[in-house]
Design a protein around this ligand. Sequence first.
Ligand code: HEM
Length: 463
Amino acid sequence: AEQGWPELHRIPHPPRRIPLLGDVLGANRATPLQDSLRFARQLGPIYRRKAFNREFVFVWGADLVADLADESRFAKHVGLGVANLRPVAGDGLFTAYNHEPNWQLAHDVLAPGFSREAMAAYHPMMLDVAGRLTDHWDRERAAGRAVDVPGDMTKLTLETISRTGFGHDFGSFERDRPHPFISAMVGTLTYAQRLNSVPFPALLRRAAQRNEADIAYLNRTVDDLVRARRAASGDGDLLDRMLETAHPGTGERLSPENVRRQVITFLVAGHETTSGALSFALYYLARHPEIAARARAEVDRVWGDTAAPGYEQVAKLRYVRRILDESLRLWPTAPAFAREALEDTVLAGRHPMLRGAWTLVLTPMLHRDPAAWGADAERFDPDRFDPKAVRSRPAHTFKPFGTGARACIGRQFALHEATLVLGLLLRRYAFVPDPGYRLRVTERLTLMPDALRLHLERPEVTA
Ligand code: HEM
């Protein structure tokens, strides 16, 4: 980064730098994001950190991030963790460089897969998968066992994206251990994160071999899935679009190699972060029974006793949605995104950047900037997202789904799925945490509450 920032010396860095290694004091290989948050608190809204001989600039001040959201001067940068996923996801939507033609092609072909009509068609499948979760949780409650929240949310969201997008059933709820697809995925995400903590990839030779095997497993799974579909026919889901839809303007289609990249991208991006978002929301609901009671009252009022709420009834859960937003504010499960300068420019009128210079936006800190969120920004309070409060805040202060042309294509999908599931769970269970549980956050590029178990009880009848 240093070449691109002519006045880098004006950007603060940690005081004690170690020759050759850089700012590694107190750093923990397993929690790079939480280390960065710690530095952010010490050093302020823009700072730099050196790892070996590379220098990285981090930004989180609300005015700086608002400027970085200007699409005429800045764009997504594929760097660090995201770039490390290129061997798995290649020029798939998430990891494509802006200039790669397959980005626009796939974006235009797949965007209709996230329209209102498409979402309404996914809704019954989402409901069906949620039913498998509640069957499982009913059994656990009856047996007096606590449930493994992140584990079960991952089963739910994987089955949801694979059913709705690809007509595929991983059978997650019928297994005691995670599906091998999940283990391979966790392996590649963790490896991509670890690559940032060593000066040369060669230092991770053994891990690299395991990573090769994980990628080979992911490719095989996806190739089987595609082969099965070519032999049968789908119902217009994402996979059908990938295989059959020509670009409306150019008539071009995705190549078989690109389809493989997109399927992996959607299976991973389509469930890992939603699983974390649901898990954090359940953590906060268990911590705040009064908020859970208010949400439950809304579900009862809006849904009545319909066993199967319809598509339209999900968006009406305004308060449940605010709980999700507030969870994504404190723990945005894709916790950073990178922006690069499209031309020589001056960031927020203060920091000159040359064309191609880039910086990492730390979303969890942006979401805690007192300038935007007030002095009590650390407190969980869904009312921050009531419409009046939202209107009173400046633009670009809430960015869990990234920004601009490369923002999340699956945002509505995730929000619909998560709101539906929280509504169903609130109606059925009261959540009781282990008394000793303290929130710890695990990182594998994404964030997840570590080892969160909840006891399920019957909710009191409101009315
Ligand atoms: C991009 C977050 C759910 C598919 C992104 C980005 C963020 C994000 C921050 C931008 C990354 C960057 O700028 O480098 C989230 C969160 C989710 C979620 C927090 C859940 C709560 C989903 C779902 C899908 C999905 C459900 C698919 C069904 C994608 C794809 C991209 C993306 C394909 C790349 C878009 C592009 O560059 O054109 N997501 N996401 N995401 N997300 Fe999501």
